[in-house]
Design a protein around this ligand. Sequence first.
Ligand code: GDP
Length: 195
Amino acid sequence: MKIKHADFITSAVRKNQYPETGHPEVAFVGRSNVGKSTIINAITNRRKLAKVSNTPGRTRLVNFFLINEAAMLVDLPGYGYAKISKTEKAAWGKIIEDYINSSPHLKRFVLLVDSRHKPTADDIAMMEYFRYFEKDVVVIGTKLDKLKRNDIRKSEKLIRETLELTDKDQLILYSSTSRENLQAVIDLVFHDILP
Ligand code: GDP
């Protein structure tokens, strides 16, 4: 599978601002700093595509990118800021819930976790939330280049156990720095979505 075109479509605050293209959607989510913007740029092969919409003060937005004129990559706001207030947390939850509830074309979530660490309580909560909505989830462990080769298996096991992944749930470790497993990530993320 090849990503030939990627275009930033829009950033939305409210659901009435979501673009209605009718294309299938894949939504990326993960804790802040996990490498979400970087992986979106790697997948789309555009150095600054995701950063464009990631300027400070615009982090509470849902960003839509059109891929190969056939699918939407949806960049959901990151979670897990150290000093987030209850109000902000609630606002974040509402954005995610609004998106899930009003996106009939949502096909899959891509949950990003840092492969160097045990998934956080927020990561676990996110996974449980997806299960509740019975959505297809692909888990990507980021920053694979930071792991020692010997620790890769251990990291996979820890992520699988902590998030209680089943054999059906796909997990892949990946690095934006070395681009290791980039093609496998693209194939997994857009499986059954792009030709
Ligand atoms: P976001 O907040 O999830 O969008 O995270 P960013 O994409 O902005 O990345 C956060 C930091 O992690 C930046 O300093 C990136 O350069 C770094 N980063 C992202 N991906 C990788 C990776 O695969 N390997 C390494 N070593 N660093 C990464």
